[in-house]
Design a protein around this ligand. Sequence first.
Ligand SMILES: *Cc1c(COP(=O)(O)O)cnc(C)c1O
Length: 460
Amino acid sequence: MRYVSTRGMAPVLDFGEALLAGLADDGGLYVPEAWPVLGGGGRGDYVETAVEVMSPYVAGSVGVDDFGAMVADAYATFDTPDVVPMVELSDGMHLLELFHGPTLAFKDVALQLVGRLFDHELDRLGARVTIVGATSGDTGSAAIEACRDRDNMDVVILHPAGLVSDVQRRQMTTVTAPNVHNVAIEGTFDDCQDLVKAMFADVGFRDRVGLSAVNSINWARVMAQVVYYVVAAERLGGRRSPVAFAVPTGNFGNVFAGHVARSSGLAVPQLVVGSNTNDVLTQFFHDGTMRIDGVVPTTSPSMDIQVSSNLERLLFELLDRDGAAVAEHLDGFRATGSFHLDPVVHAALADGWAGARFEDDAVRRCIETEFGLSGVLLDPHSAVGVLAARACRQDPSVPMVALATAHPAKFPDAVAAATGVRPPLPEHLADLHERPESLTRLPNDLVVVEEFVEAHRRVV
Ligand SMILES: *Cc1c(COP(=O)(O)O)cnc(C)c1O
């Protein structure tokens, strides 16, 4: 499989190269040259289907046996053999629980595999990297769990001191792997992000430590997420039997994976994009205009986004894979803060896509109502998905699957406020509050942080 950039000006790469590159040289995102065609089989077994669905994407870069072992290993970290269990909320309305991984959020599904793929590719090349990231709470722990104990990777995660929740901080700082370093920056999340950007911009430093990231534009993350759409269909009647999906959306990586599954032949008549108050995406689906807007904090912080980076991959498809046209739209976006789809192109979006936005009070009522109906506790992100599923479902004879992206115990305050029930942490994290923490507090100072990274990465 070969990978091309959505802006058409970067070298064509194989899987391993696209994995390590992340962003393409021309600022675009890598996508496969062509969508593989899904076979008709599958019994709903996660690992078996995962290996089958992803094999065409890694062909030519990762050996069959190595890949099978990495997939099995990645999903053995989940707390159930189903990996992504599904429950029925009401008639034909299902909830696919993507939060059974080590950090209780759906990002584990992709990152547990991507960490292993990175390490494998680095091994092959005899190379090492230092992963640096900033977190406002949620993504840091998923990145740490993905990179911990990997031979060829060191990971340094910056969080704003005192500004992440106890559970979020402890999910990061209680990891005792020798290659994991938590830094509490005396500043805000934006300060942390600025430090990371400045480290990437410092070319000497970047090359010295082999700076890298496992961020959400990496193709391998999308690839790993295609699997659960296929598994859900298999469990509901087979790959050729129609299933609709509703997805609580931020960077558009998750729902784009659903589009990939559909492009490979899965029968998905409807993909529903659920937004919170920050609704640039649902606006885009309604009127074909992407605007830059301020971000309002909500009870679903992982969806509080200003720009959905993965939307570029859909744009590439909508514009018939014309990289120059994609670049033109995005240049216009950067210059003016908006871009418009051609009306004919926008009309094509009506087919198979829907979008809806929900404010926090609707989210709170949904958590309360669904708990009353079925006893299922939803976190606020998952509730946006369920609201979107119920609001936009077109055909009651087609099963609708809402994706649950976080465990309710990850957002206990919002869940307790809606239901009066405080969800307990699952067993593997039950003693989280007793575990010893390890972190270093540093000033918001680039020189000091760079010195810390250089001193703590392993040199072999
Ligand atoms: C990251 C995240 C999302 C958004 O997913 P995208 O792929 O960025 O659209 C939704 N819910 C939770 C809990 C997340 O962590």
